[in-house]
Design a protein around this ligand. Sequence first.
Ligand SMILES: *Cc1c(COP(=O)(O)O)cnc(C)c1O
Length: 467
Amino acid sequence: MKTGPRSGLPAVHRILDLPAIEALAAAHGRTAVVDAVRRALDQARQRIDGESAVPATDLIVSAVARHLSDTLRPSPRPVYNLTGTILHTNLGRATLPEEAIAAMIAVARAPADLEYDLAEGARGERDHHVLDDLRHLTGAEAACIVNNNAAAVMLTLNTLARGKDVPVSRGELIEIGGSFRIPDIMARAGAKLREVGTTNRTHLRDFAEAIGPRAGLVMKVHTSNYTIEGFTAAADERALAALCRERGVPFAIDLGSGTLVDLARYGLPHEPTPAEAIAAGADLVTFSGDKLLGGPQAGIIVGRAALIARLNRNPMKRALRVDKLTLAALSAVLKLYRDPDRLAERLPTLCLLARSRVDIDPVAATIAGPLRDRLGDRARIRLVDCASQIGSGALPSRTLPSRGLALEPTAARREAGRALARLASDLRALAIPVIGRIESGALILDCRTLFEAEGFVANLAGLATLP
Ligand SMILES: *Cc1c(COP(=O)(O)O)cnc(C)c1O
């Protein structure tokens, strides 16, 4: 950590005495500023070792300011998701309605009746905050809320099928991104996977043979991220539920992306709902809070009261439970479902899904000009038709017609790949990073998920105009 004449760099205390740095210390505290000064000098020293000249003091000062703002910026931070994938797992899936945001803020700021029964003045149940709404919306008797749907599946298997067999159709042994594989989750939950039928066809009689005395649970998994087409067959849910009841084995359906309304109502393809699964006779249904439902990350389990009570008694529930922020947001989102007529206006996820190309086109057109101004002749910018995806595995074979911009670097063909990567990384380096998708030599900015062109354009000011 020697700084001084040998490297030609000023000492730490000299930098700290500069008025600009003193101002930073007054604003952010001396400790953080000293760290940032050390980092800036270390970096400068490494560059000098690489034969470059000693940087001017003002360059060191701006490096200190940069380090400081990097260190102090909260993370994760908001980005523009123009990838065309609406529920993008890496970008945090559903964005919340204002009602849910307000509810989270309210309980973040103050103590809350999280596990407290106000009528009795005694200990209450955490999940009861969403119980009435979930009963109403799914027709189930009871509900249990955990960290995410992977946890919901894990808790269900571990509670009902530890050391027992779980028959599952071979056509449903899915992998969801991020190492969620049904066979692996089964193993970790201590359940024994019993594969039934074949990849393309599974019949009721296959289950009838597989459900023996060692079966703890029969599970059906909604193949949410792929489709099998052609010569296919799956056991009918109602018939399977009846068979399970006859054999005295609980029947669970993992829906993945549970939507609480019929999407066909909003001009979208139908996606199975928990209410349908319960009506078909499922004893438990698991689904995500932050996929099509449009709420916070959570795993929701609804079903028979006696089974939910067993889940709640499993010590794992304690490890997988959600906090007051999640419950507040989930509760607020579920309330919106009580008024399906206005849901498409109030729930951002549904609003994005239902948005038409005609509505998206003007936004794309509005941002095209300012982008051209900023990028100059670095890139050709065209308004294009594109296809949005729902994402998070929901309705995998369906895309939604959308409008966006295609940015193609003007660099010579040899350089085109690098120029494209550079363009994408410059947009990601903005104060609010802009994330698109690269497709056949162009950066596509799908505008389905962009409403406020004004803010987007203001943010572009950070883009260096190149000669
Ligand atoms: C997405 C999904 C999961 C995992 O849900 P998370 O909320 O991501 O934990 C499990 N099963 C199915 C069928 C899914 O689609």
